[in-house]
Design a protein around this ligand. Structure first.
Ligand SMILES: C[S@@+](CC[C@H](N)C(=O)[O-])C[C@H]1O[C@@H](n2cnc3c(N)ncnc32)[C@H](O)[C@@H]1O
Length: 656
């Protein structure tokens, strides 16, 4: 569901209404004696709260603002008291009064945001979280909350005051997966007066002058540069603009006036194209020019021709330099350290890390071999930052207190769980789990060495010491002779020849009562994709990157409903993910009744879906007449809303 985020427009006015700190004391206007009286009342209130005498606590809290109307503590006590009683609407008045008295205090905005959140007032809550971050740029919890709230927002006007907050949200490790907020951020940037005309008329960037003018404009938007370096851009207007700019740069390379703006732009674009796995379409004349440039760069490295940094950067916007330039040529990028790091040093580090990975033995299953080949060539996903910043939580208390149906078992150790991540890919999910589950120890396995080495590099960068990686086929894991408290396997089983066999192996590795999280494709949610897969099947089982890119280019040229539907999938905007979406060598899809059978076969019991937002939809559909643990009842909800499980069926089960 998309919401227009008009309320965020008010942030500017609120932010401008600060009073200097020195006024707070004057505002309260209390004499020493009154202050002592207030402190006495607050102590009494605390005592009542400690012994859970809510009646007397409520009476005192209600009297405080009358006695001390200009003192913030009086209003704070009343707001807290209402919130403790679950009376969020009543708490709103005192909380706003508190803000009137102390408009500089980011904590007050944060509490107001939490209140709005409890009341389901999403726009207001997002506004107040922004306000918090604007008042205190280091207020971590506000960023985490903005990261969660902003995903489905689309901005309808320009609001540059928000740029620094969003830039930090994306650039800092830990708050959010940048890809999850990319659409929201692009919707905001698309209204910027420097960008809007370029997006509307990308073909106006036709020659050197218009290219350099566009680059100067974009240079004023560090938020855009940061986003481009962090994830793919899921918006065709931005794609059209950057394809155009890349093309004009290539066609007029010798005429480009070298400036810091030009080098910055080409650097950002080179990192961006590396991040989207060189997805952008290429016209025939570009292919020929890139080949010529490639030859020139090789001659330059040998010393028989002179090449400049712009040549190298321009080539890097089309081709992965680390794949065909000798490691010794890395010094050519010394003056652009971020580019050097991202597109050259990191891939070389990954290549070296492969030698350090342990393996359970040869992959022998025919399907696993084919699937492995795909993910060796196209590791999934190519991520830059993960959500690892929130405080680690105890799996024990989460399972005991969440809506998941869970029966505690003495055999399980959820206070220090051993966790298996089966099919960890490039590690984003494993790393987030390692950071989330307190005192956990993880074993993450995958059949793709390039994916594992990516995961290992990122784990080292984030200083996580509780993950071990292993090259292994799920089918062979019984030979580990180990048992786990928890197994997580998301987006993997449907790529095995027989998902049922894979699931049985995993449940055999669980301790009695152990928990397993599974993510599987929904047949209903992917119906449109199935038709696109069929159309693309003439390319054969394992098309090359350039065939995949070319096929996508033809879809872009054709436009229409299929393209529109594909654009709804973020996977459409990264080459490896696009391959995963439409050209996968092995894909199964499921209905909920098939999943029911799968769980029966593996002797595990459905505990509930992971995403709490789904429960609200279930309740809207069934009221209280059906159980959220009944897959048959969920089937009716999905039949009504076929896109309910677009992000896969992701659910927890417990071993019986
Ligand atoms: C779509 S990716 C999902 C990665 C990760 N779970 C995530 O959610 O980001 C599927 C991963 O499963 C791995 N995989 C597929 N079949 C496997 C098998 N039989 N054993 C181990 N890993 C497998 C692939 O190599 C690939 O990295």
């Amino acid at each position: 569901m998309l919401r227009e985020c008009s309320v965020v427009g008010e942030v500017h006015d609120l932010a401008m209404s600060h009073h200097p700190d020195s006024q707070i004391g004057e505002v309260s206007g209390l004499l020493d004696g009154d202050l002592l009286a207030l402190q006495g009342q607050l102590r009494l209130l605390n005592r009542y709260l400690t012994v859970q005498d809510h009646e007397n606590a409520g009476r005192i809290a209600a009297s405080l603002p009358q006695k001390f109307p200009r003192h913030p503590d009086a209003w704070r006590a009343l707001a807290d008291c209402y919130r403790r009683e679950g009376r969020s609407w009543n708490a709103l008045g005192p909380q706003k009064k508190l803000l009137e008295l102390e408009p500089n205090d980011p904590e007050h905005y944060f509490n107001l945001a939490c209140l709005y959140c409890e009341l389901g007032l999403d726009n207001e809550s997002l506004t107040a979280y922004f306000q918090t971050a604007l008042l205190d740029a280091d207020f971590d919890q506000a960023y985490v909350a903005i990261g969660q709230k902003i995903r489905d927002f689309r901005f309808s006007s320009t609001q540059p005051i928000l740029y620094p907050v969003l830039e930090r949200l994306i650039a800092a490790d830990g708050y959010v997966r940048p890809s999850s907020v990319a659409q929201a951020v692009l919707s905001l940037l698309s209204h910027d007066p420097l960008l809007e005309p370029l997006l509307n008329e990308p073909n106006d960037v036709a020659g050197v002058e218009s290219l350099q003018a566009a680059i100067r404009n974009l240079n004023h938007l560090p938020l855009l540069h940061t986003l481009m370096k962090s994830c793919a851009l899921p918006d065709l207007r931005f794609e059209a603009l950057f394809c155009r700019m890349r093309r004009v740069a290539l066609l007029s390379l010798s005429e480009l006036e070298i400036s810091s703006e030009l080098l910055d732009f080409l650097s950002t674009l080179a990192v961006h194209c590396f991040t989207n796995d060189y997805l952008y379409p290429e016209r025939d004349d570009e292919v020929a020019l890139v080949a010529a440039l490639e030859r020139r760069v090789h001659l330059g490295i040998e010393g028989s021709e002179s090449i400049g940094l712009t040549d190298l950067l321009c080539l890097a916007t089309y081709r992965p330099l680390h794949r065909f330039l000798p490691a010794s040529s890395v010094t050519l990028l010394d003056t652009v350290p971020e580019v050097k790091q991202r597109i050259f040093s990191e891939p070389l580090t990954e290549r070296a890390l492969i030698a350090e990975l342990c393996s359970l033995g040869e992959i022998t299953d025919i399907t696993s071999i084919k699937v492995r080949r795909q993910y060796e060539n196209n590791p999934y996903p190519r991520w830059v930052r993960a959500k690892v910043g929130a405080e680690a939580v105890s799996a024990d208390s989460v399972f005991k207190h969440s809506a998941l149906r869970f029966q505690p078992r003495s055999e399980l150790n959820l206070t220090a769980p051993e966790i298996l991540i089966a099919g960890c890919g490039t590690g984003q999910h494993a790393i987030e789990s390692a950071a989330t589950w307190r005192d956990s120890k993880l074993l993450a396995v995958d059949i793709s060495l390039t994916s594992l080495s990516y995961a290992k590099r990122k784990t080292g960068e984030l200083n996580l010491e509780n993950i071990e990686f292993l090259h292994a086929d799920i089918l062979d894991l019984r030979s580990l002779n180990r048992e786990f408290d928890v197994v997580e396997c998301v987006g993997v089983l449907h790529h095995m020849r027989d998902p049922k066999t894979g699931l049985r192996v995993l449940t055999d590795l669980l301790k009695p009562g152990g928990l397993i999280k599974v993510g599987l494709y929904s047949e209903l949610a992917r119906a449109q994709l199935t038709s696109s897969r069929r159309k693309a099947s003439h390319l054969g089982a394992e098309p090359t990157d350039s065939q995949i890119r070319e096929y996508r280019r033809r879809l872009l040229d054709a436009g229409g409903e299929e393209l529109e539907a594909l654009c709804e999938w973020s996977d459409f905007f990264n080459l490896s993910e696009w391959r995963d979406l439409i050209f996968h060598v092995q894909e199964h899809q499921f209905s909920l009744s098939q999943i029911d059978g799968l769980l029966d076969d593996a002797n595990i019991r459905f505990c509930g879906f992971e995403n709490p937002g789904l429960i609200e939809k279930f309740k809207n559909f069934h009221g209280d007449s059906s159980s959220i643990y009944d897959l048959g009842a969920w089937q009716a909800v999905e039949a009504h809303d076929k896109s309910l499980f677009t992000g896969m069926y992701q659910f927890w089960c417990q071993k019986i």
